[in-house]
Design a protein around this ligand. Structure first.
Ligand code: TXE
Length: 494
């Protein structure tokens, strides 16, 4: 197999320095240039000139100026524009998928399926909320002395300008979650992509303008998170921050937002667990592990990292898993036959190599992988590591890589206690044929999302977000409405 041919639009996007998208226009950055590195080669793909402070402010001003017009538009018209954007993404599926694959190392197949097709599905779902976001009428119990009557109602009003801070693992899809939720509620957005994947959202914003979404409703500014992020959050027009990323950065974002009295939603990673019960067969366990832990090189916030196996199943499962992982087709993300590409960037690559060194030092058993491939780019062999100590580093530190950590348990109550001892709680899964048991575990597992006999699947209708250190607030379902609107109460005497 070989790489697909790059489309002309992709080559054009890489050919000249990129900047930002502010008030309906592509603009060059006034700040320093930084490279976009192709993780499959380690070579520079393109250049972006960062936004300076004035450009960050201009994006916030544009989003604020666009609010009144966007809110005045009939709700169904706003929904129709989101549907048009969904159609535009579908029509530019290949171009966006290629560009994203080049920047992030995500396989082209996954970029098509998740970055584009899932984004289209999420946009259509959120568009369907247009005209359905409403308050309620309330009975009032105030006494009436002279025949006067009272009633009250609530309305949901858009919070205003939303700053969306986006990570590098799904730079289109995660941005669409935030953008679509904000826009359907009547908010406008300023999106800040990760510095590792700054290109595709510029194209999405341009497509949005082409669909008729007014200038200023969607703005994209690129640059260093540590300077640009706080500047956007502190801006007086920022009403809400929606952040997806690491726990440490999320905590800084939360403090900055709270200090300015802004709302904040945090979707942070963690150390998600998959618990396989005694009645599961070896093959089913291995399939489950691959689904839960290795998709997109493990770079999915909800992916499982710790696998709890019954003690008697551990050896046969690891033997079969090793065969499957060693047979995986690792290669260029642009080759349609590739099952696993590189990890997305150098810090991620180095972080994984350091974690492997630490695991060896602690005496954990490397079943397979645990090394970088001898080739250009940031390729890490799919890895399985057996630990015996629940305090091992790999039981606590998020690897965010193609790395499963395996620990045996004697009885599943002990496993549950260990899982719940984790400070994070984004997602967990339980695998068994005993549905009554699974439902009991779904109550007891301390995670915002619990899957039964599945893992990592997200659906726009199902709320998503973390417990404990893994976040604040929920995306999707109807839960997003709470986060993007203010609930106003109106009382009336008549
Ligand atoms: O994340 P950061 P990084 C985890 C994963 C990974 C680790 C580090 O374990 O190895 O995080 O990745 C912006 N104010 N996840 O360093 O720092 C930054 O520019 C405002 C899990 O890339 O969280 C980027 O746009 N913004 C995760 C975004 O925050 C700031 C997905 C995320 O960067 C900022 C990605 C600041 N002070 C990584 N500093 C998940 N939950 O899906 C940085 N940023």
């Amino acid at each position: 197999m070989s790489d697909v041919a790059l489309l002309q639009g992709v080559r054009a996007a890489l050919a000249h320095p990129q900047g930002h998208y502010i008030d309906g226009q592509a603009v060059t950055g006034n700040g320093d240039a930084f490279p976009v590195i192709n993780p499959a080669t380690g070579q520079t793909l393109a250049e972006v000139r960062a936004a300076d402070g004035a450009q960050a402010d201009a994006a916030m001003e544009a989003a604020s100026a666009a609010l009144a017009g966007w809110q005045a538009m009939p709700t169904l018209a706003r929904g129709t524009l989101l549907l048009k954007l969904a159609d535009a993404l579908a029509a530019h599926r290949e171009e966006l998928a290629q560009l994203e694959s080049l920047c992030s190392g995500k396989t082209l197949m996954l970029a098509r399926m998740l970055e584009i097709e899932q984004s289209v599905a999420f946009l259509r779902y959120f568009a369907g909320w247009a005209g359905k976001i409403s308050g309620e009428t309330l009975d009032v119990s105030l006494p009436s002395f002279n025949g006067e009557k009272y009633t009250a109602f609530t309305r949901r009003q858009p919070v205003g300008v939303v700053v969306g801070i986006i990570p590098w693992n799904f730079s289109i899809m995660i941005a669409i979650w935030k953008l679509a939720a904000a826009l359907v509620c009547g908010c406008t957005v300023v999106l800040k992509p990760s510095e590792f994947t700054p290109l595709t959202l510029l194209r999405v914003a341009e497509l949005a303008t082409g669909c008729g979404i007014p200038p200023g409703v969607i703005n994209v500014v690129n640059g260093d998170g540590k300077t640009l992020g706080p500047r956007l959050i502190a801006h007086p027009h920022c009403a809400k921050v929606s952040f997806t990323g690491s726990v440490v950065t999320g905590q800084a974002v939360s403090q900055a937002a709270m200090a300015g009295g802004k709302r904040v939603t945090l979707e942070l990673g963690g150390k998600n667990a998959a618990l396989f019960l005694e009645d599961m067969e070896v093959d089913a366990i291995v399939n489950g592990i691959i689904e839960a832990g290795y998709l997109n090189q493990g770079q999915i916030c909800a992916a499982a990292e710790c696998f709890y196996l019954p003690v008697g199943k551990m050896d046969p499962v690891l033997a079969a898993l090793r065969q499957r992982l060693e047979a995986m087709r690792i290669g260029s993300p642009l080759d349609e036959g590739t099952e696993m590409g590189p990890v997305a960037n150098r810090p991620q690559y180095e972080k994984l190599l350091n974690l492997f060194a630490q695991a060896r030092q602690e005496g954990s058993e490397i079943i397979c992988g645990g090394y970088a491939l001898d080739r250009d780019g940031y390729y890490i062999a799919p890895t399985a590591i057996r630990v015996t100590d629940p305090q091992a580093t790999l039981m606590r530190e998020e690897t965010f890589g193609p790395v499963g950590t395996f620990i045996a348990y004697e009885n599943d109550a002990d496993a549950l206690a260990l899982i719940n001892a984790s400070p994070s709680g984004l997602a967990a899964s339980v695998w068994t044929h005993d549905m009554a048991k699974a439902l009991r575990y779904s109550e007891q597992l301390e995670a915002g999302m619990v899957w039964i006999n599945m893992h990592t699947f997200l659906d726009p209708a199902v709320p998503f977000g973390g417990m404990k250190d893994s976040g604040i607030g929920r995306e999707f379902g109807s839960a997003f409405i709470e986060d993007y609107t203010n609930l106003k109460s109106v009382m009336v005497r008549y």
